[in-house]
Design a protein around this ligand. Structure first.
Ligand code: TRP
Length: 488
């Protein structure tokens, strides 16, 4: 079969794929979100639920996504389209791939702003920001950064320039070279910090917090956040993993590489917890600091500890490196699509999309100051209320819990809670049900009971978990349960 539009590019080896995909997976999700969500949701029990989600939903879907990429050998839209055509299904499946490409653009727009904060901290810490720091001074520092659009814009731009440059250089000259140096660097920094936390921090308290489950701290909401977090952290549901799978050599076993990536991502999330919490607990600071945990609580703890400035610097560098190797996987799908469909040269595509993403990022950036009280979804309240009990007194936006979302909150929530789960749901239907079982099991290199197990997990377990997250995110779950008198 003539592979029109299919890519000839391949990773140099199975290991390079694992490095790149792990680089995509390990990012702000592991080092920033995972620890603060664990902190907010009470520790051990949440960790346990997260691990179950990763194993039962994340791993099977990761295999499915790599499969679509390697079989399709194209950008997400065309890979879906080709496989659907080959299986006699509607070519409209390509829209799922297109949605993923757009999701990547949306995520990268705010991801770059947050990565910019970590970058901004590097010269500040090097310049002595932590010397004699107090809770007040660190708090002021973060607020000062958020109030300063120009400074945030500078770092947001710097981060995107690095990302665009790597992607512009191509798979072998850019992505592969970047992950070959950055991933070992990331591992070394991580281990340094882990040893430091174990020696200088309160390691026992952290172990207890992370691994002694207190199920009373678990709410249905926190279970659903664990599913969403697993998606985000594993880079699932938008086609980043699919895109990397398109460059995976034929001989590599999909279940094996998927297992390696999932294992590495999960290990790094746990280690991030074991880096952050010993240090935070050593200073008797709260674990439930929310999104400010690594930008406020942690620097404060570092300030009080021996060699804190040096290690604080290493930590921010770690955050930036992890974010770069993730950001390139968010940009690659749209660039590959532009190359294959629009026949644009790679460098031009990377630059043009980078520019658009930069501009989109301003929405999130200004949400931290001038637009802090712009709530785009508040307009929903003008929609007629169809259900007395649900929205008569409080209006739709309030009832759905979106009345006070800024643009930043909207982009984050829309992608993590709606678009990624939706992408995951369609993926699970596509690979679990619509494609020919024979084709799938052969490409995955699994048969018999193993294939059956995978298929059940993708078709039922993953699907049900995703549907619940989705219904919850768009407020329907709360609405329906409300009809039965359950307060959600
Ligand atoms: N997984 C990355 C993180 O943990 C973020 C990321 C990169 C991502 N590519 C993605 C999230 C694709 C969802 C989809 O920070």
């Amino acid at each position: 079969m003539a592979q029109v539009g299919a890519t000839e590019t391949r990773w140099s080896s199975r290991l390079t794929f694992i490095l790149a995909a792990t680089g995509s997976a390990v990012g702000l999700g592991n080092i920033w979100k995972f620890p603060y969500e664990v902190g907010q949701n009470g520790g051990g029990a949440f960790v346990l639920v997260y691990l179950a989600c990763v194993l039962l939903v994340g791993l099977p879907l990761m295999m499915g996504e790599i499969f679509v990429g390697r079989k399709g050998r194209r950008n997400p839209a065309d890979s879906y389209g080709e496989l659907a055509k080959a299986a006699g299904r509607t070519p409209a499946w390509r829209l799922i791939g297109s949605m993923g490409i757009v999701t990547g653009i949306l995520i990268l727009s705010f991801y770059s702003v947050v990565a910019g904060w970590a970058m901004a901290y590097i010269p500040d810490i090097a310049g002595g920001m932590l010397d004699g720091a107090t809770a007040e001074s660190v708090g002021k520092h973060l607020e000062g950064l958020w109030a300063d659009s120009d400074r945030m814009m500078f770092w947001h731009s710097a981060f995107l320039i690095i990302t665009v440059a790597i992607v512009a250089l191509g798979i072998k000259g850019g992505l592969e070279r970047a992950v070959k140096y950055l991933m070992p660097a990331l591992a070394v920094m991580m281990l340094m910090l882990l040893v430091y936390g174990a020696v200088a921090g309160d390691f026992v308290a952290a172990l207890k917090f992370l691994f002694t489950p207190d199920f009373s701290a678990l709410t249905p909401q926190s279970i659903l956040s664990a599913v969403g977090l697993a998606f985000f952290s594993l880079s699932l549901g938008m086609g980043a993993v699919l895109m990397y799978g398109a460059y995976l050599p034929e001989a590599a076993s999909i279940p094996r590489v998927a297992a390696a990536v999932v294992l590495a991502d999960t290990a790094i999330a746990l280690i991030a917890g074991l880096v952050i919490f010993p240090i935070v607990f050593a200073e008797q600071l709260p674990a439930a600091g929310g999104p400010g945990l690594v930008f406020k609580t942690l620097p404060l703890a570092f300030a009080a500890m021996p060699y804190g400035s040096v290690l604080g610097l290493v930590f921010m560098l770690l955050l930036v490196v992890a974010a770069i190797t993730s950001a390139i996987s968010l940009l690659e799908p749209v660039v590959s699509w532009s190359e294959q469909r629009l026949k644009l040269p790679r460098w031009l595509a990377a630059l043009a999309w980078g520019g658009l993403i930069w501009a989109l990022g301003l929405l999130s950036l200004w949400s931290m100051n001038d637009w802090g009280e712009v709530y785009p979804l508040a307009a929903l309240d003008f929609a007629p209320c169809l259900s007395e009990s649900f929205c008569a007194q409080r209006g739709w936006a309030e009832a759905l819990g979106v009345a006070r979302l800024t643009w930043f909150g909207l982009l984050d929530g829309l992608t993590s809670n709606v678009l990624l789960p939706l992408g995951g749901l369609m993926l699970s239907i596509f690979v679990g049900r619509l494609l020919d079982h024979y084709v799938v099991s052969e490409e995955l290199g699994m048969s018999g009971i193993l294939y059956a197990l995978w298929n059940v997990l993708v078709r039922y377990v993953a699907r049900i978990a995703i549907i619940l997250v989705f219904l919850n995110a768009v407020g329907i779950l709360g609405y329906v349960l409300g009809l039965f008198g359950v307060d959600w």
